[in-house]
Design a binder for this molecule. Structure first.
Ligand code: ATR
Length: 291
């Protein structure tokens, strides 16, 4: 491992969002650059909604190599980019931008990172019955990639009247001609869909710090053999994960998705294989845990 020194040749990457002060991406990426001894730097930029266009122009003007994009810019950034990965065209949200000699290309590594985290644990979505809770940005990205991979999906969302879940289902049907059910997140519907489910994904913020006693699924509805993926990464082990494990279910946590989305972005910016274990350790450290 070399000491990192900023030079005249340093390539700059970063993250734009608002708020941004809680991001752990700089810790993860800078440690990875240092480990590989490459002349890169990763910095946070707080960018207000109304300044997004200017921030993207700034990326071009300053020749910034890469950006991660987080709330509230993931959808709004699309018109400012030059090219979109085919998956982004389908999902309609970007979390990674690569500046390829002046051409800004948008990717969604939330989606590919989620899939990678599943596959790495030996879970193949193809042909599986999957249930996803929530219909926000993360749910949208995950819903597209697992349907593309051949899963059968049901989306449960608390506010069906807002139509987000139905909107995702409709878009998926347009793109893949695959029926996706959208239902209200009620105990009755949960009981019904979990009976036939192979994989449950929590893509709501329920259980996230500081509300760590929350869980989106009553314990009695969990079952052995179910695979439970909770995308919440703080705490690293959520109440849903703890209760699922007690029931005999296999669990995967949001930290895996976080690290993989970062690793895939890292590889696009640097052309090098990401030191995934180190990135995971740094993410855990940055979250304030020792292991
Ligand atoms: P992200 O980018 O992480 O997906 P988001 O777009 O704010 O964040 O989405 C969060 C999801 O969690 C939403 O589906 C939200 O439900 P609504 O669309 O009804 O707001 C869901 N969510 C948040 N708090 C919840 C709660 N207490 N119970 C159930 N769902 C909840």
């Amino acid at each position: 491992m070399k000491d990192s020194i900023i030079s005249g040749k340093t390539s700059v990457c970063g993250i734009i969002g608002d708020p941004i002060e809680h991001t752990i991406s700089p810790a993860m990426h800078n440690a990875a650059f240092k480990e590989l001894g490459i002349d890169y730097l990763y910095v946070p930029f707080r960018v207000k909604k109304e300044k997004l266009g200017r921030a993207v122009e700034g990326m071009r003007a300053l020749n910034i190599r890469g950006l991660n994009v987080t709330i509230p810019h993931k959808v709004a950034i699309i018109p400012f980019l030059d090219k979109l990965d085919p998956l982004v065209e389908k999902i309609g949200a970007v979390n990674t931008v690569v500046n390829d000699e002046g051409a800004l290309i948008g990717y969604n590594t939330d989606a590919t990172g989620f899939l990678k985290a599943l596959l790495e644990r030996g879970v193949e979505p193809e042909g599986k019955n999957m249930v996803i809770l929530g219909a926000g940005g993360a749910s949208r990205a995950i819903s597209f990639i697992i349907t593309e991979r051949g899963a059968n999906l049901v989306i449960l969302n608390r506010q069906l009247e807002l139509d987000w879940a139905e909107d995702i289902a409709r878009r998926i049907f347009q793109v893949f001609e695959k029926e996706v059910k959208a239902l209200e997140l009620s105990e009755k519907n949960l009981a019904m869909v979990l009976e036939r489910a192979d994989i449950l994904i929590n893509a709501t913020s329920v259980g996230m710090s500081p509300n760590i006693d929350g869980t989106p699924v009553p314990t009695k509805l969990l079952k052995p053999g179910l695979i439970v993926f909770d995308i919440v990464y703080n705490p690293i082990k959520t109440r849903l994960m703890r209760e699922s494990e007690i029931t005999g279910a296999q669990t995967i946590g949001g930290l895996d998705m976080l690290v993989w989305q970062g690793a895939i972005a890292f590889e696009r910016w640097t052309g090098q294989k990401a030191p995934i274990d180190l990135m995971k350790r740094e993410a855990i450290k940055a979250l304030g845990h020792e292991n």
